[in-house]
Ligand binder design. Structure first.
Ligand code: HEM
Length: 508
């Protein structure tokens, strides 16, 4: 009744009762949304999975992103994923304001400090999963491999240098998000029977112990967190002021007011780390895989990028580490990455829960409890916003525009926008640029099909193609690679010796 009094955006007519627009949205999203936009303009309502959803286009997306007292992205996410049941001892996914503070204070501000660790870990993971010598390797599910590779630097920064060398830790980091995302991946079909039933069932299965995809990862993390926390407390006591404080998120947590050394909840600490694994791994791995496939599909950009990276390589120190400032000189690569992010081809994304009734500047209204979803394609495929041929991939589109890949602008919403724009984007962009830098210098890569590989579409969202990408070690660079390789090997030996010495009696 209240809905009828509100001036909602026009509801697109539908023919199928109950299902509404759900089938068109899931099967033919791109054309369907484009047609709705042509017919109804920047804002319209769809009936999806038993619920009215307001689809908001480019003219008003910034209202959704900036008015966080009305539109809440994390609230919608929390409703879909039963975090408060899986991570009960930290109240679900924690306080969103605190989470952002953690990323800004303990990660983004310390990127300088983490600079060499990010490069070394990306490099050794690339050697491991893409190839170390002159072998040729065809990788079919690049996204999965990227989740492994990115888990090296991310686990290093989150749980620390010592624990991040364990295979089971890397497996947990790389698989955690995919396993939990089952709650998002399965569309809320139950809501056709009764609105809210999907939400309820997701919680019941976890509460009854029938299904908890976080459990095995929680166990692994808790074990490693416990070992590390106890070791650090012990060593701090022994060495006092001369104790070499490790720098990572776990250590930062151990210095937060909630940490009580006399009553340590190891599992809660592991759960706190999980929140950031969830935010960081899948997102970054997807972008890495897309960037590789975009480049492998368009060999015409390879030479220009290669020459730029080779020039930058000269700035590396004797250990093969680039100064953080060199990232600013990767101008072509940065533009390429921004273009890869822009063309990711998610049509509708970033669903925001409506916290209270609101009237948009165009006069249309949304009601508390509804959903506002962003039509990203309206922004990313718009000629006025993107320049000529917005639907085609132009790697150097962003050069000279002074908008680096991490910069949020009205025409670029890959990292969201407003107050809640992704706080981890600097880590992600820096890491991906270092990763691509090494890849471009050390490998020739191309699509197995010899064609442009299109993304896989799942309703409104995409994932990188599963088709083969061929990697071959490139000649001439091996020398550079070897010096870096010997560095990494040296590091590994040192760490293994250290671990051997310090972990006597450790059962795992
Ligand atoms: C290329 C990789 C990444 C992409 C594409 C990405 C994208 C996004 C997007 C679209 C949002 C929602 C923004 C909004 O509501 O306006 C977001 C939020 C967030 N991201 Fe990222 N992200 C990436 C990497 C990371 C990393 C590496 C971290 C952590 C180290 C991280 C931590 C977060 C957090 C904590 C939020 C919640 C912000 C808030 O609620 O205020 N992200 N991210």
């Amino acid at each position: 009744q209240r809905e009828s009094k509100l001036n909602l955006a026009p509801l697109v007519p539908y023919n199928i009762p109950i299902l509404g627009h759900t089938l068109s949205y899931m099967i033919n999203c791109k054309n369907f949304i484009r047609q709705c936009r042509e017919d109804y303009g920047d804002m319209f309502c769809l009936y999806l999975f038993g619920r009215i959803v307001t689809i908001v286009g480019k003219e008003h997306s910034h209202e959704v992103l900036s008015k966080d007292d009305v539109f809440d992205f994390t609230e919608e996410f929390r409703r879909r994923v039963p975090g408060e049941v899986m991570f009960a001892n930290i109240n679900g996914f924690g306080d969103p304001v605190y989470n952002v503070k953690i990323v800004k204070e303990f990660i983004t501000k310390k990127l300088n400090l983490y600079n060499d660790r990010i490069q070394k870990t990306f490099y050794s993971a690339t050697q491991k999963y893409i190839g170390g010598s002159d072998d040729k390797r065809t990788i079919y599910n690049l996204y999965i491999v990227m989740t492994k590779i990115v888990s090296f630097p991310i686990s290093n920064i989150l749980i620390g240098e010592e624990e991040s060398i364990y295979d089971e830790v890397i497996t947990t980091f790389s698989e955690f998000t995919t396993d939990i995302s089952i709650f998002i991946a399965i569309p809320p079909f139950l809501d056709f029977i009764y609105p809210g039933l999907h939400y309820y069932m997701n919680r019941v299965v976890v509460r009854l112990g029938l299904f908890d995809p976080a459990k095995k990862h929680r166990d692994v993390l808790t074990r490693h967190v416990k070992y590390q926390v106890d070791k650090r407390l012990r060593e701090k006591q022994i060495y006092g002021d001369s104790w070499n404080r490790p720098d990572d998120l776990l250590q930062n947590f151990m210095e937060e007011p909630f940490f009580n050394p006399k009553n340590i909840d190891y599992e809660a600490l592991a759960n706190r780390l999980s929140i950031f694994i969830f935010a960081a791994v899948h997102t970054t791995a997807r972008v890495m895989a897309n960037a590789i496939i975009d480049l492998a599909s368009r060999p015409e950009y390879m030479q220009g990028l290669y020459e730029e990276q080779l020039e930058i390589r000269k700035k590396a120190d004797e250990n093969g580490i680039l100064p953080i400032e060199s990232l600013n000189e990767m101008i072509k690569l940065d533009s390429f990455l921004r273009e890869s992010l822009r063309t990711i081809d998610d049509i509708v994304a970033l669903p925001h829960y409506v916290l209270k009734d609101y009237t948009f500047s165009n006069g249309y209204q949304v009601q508390k409890g509804q959903l506002a979803d962003l039509d990203l394609s309206d922004t990313h495929d718009d000629e006025q916003m993107q320049g000529e041929n917005p639907e085609s991939f132009d790697a150097y589109r962003h050069i000279d525009k002074n908008f680096p890949a991490s910069k949020i602008t009205k025409n670029f919403v890959s990292f969201g926008g407003g107050k809640h724009a992704c706080p981890g984007r600097y880590l992600a962009v820096n890491g991906i640029k270092y990763f691509l830098h090494n890849l471009i210098i050390n490998y020739n890569f191309r699509t197995e099909s010899g064609k442009v590989e299109e993304k896989l579409r799942y309703g409104p969202l995409t994932m990188p193609s599963n088709n083969g990408i061929i990697f071959e070690k490139s000649v001439g660079i091996i020398f550079d690679g070897l010096s870096f390789l010997s560095l990494c090997e040296g590091q590994r030996q040192t760490r293994l010796t250290f671990l051997f010495m310090s972990q006597e009696g450790r059962s795992d």
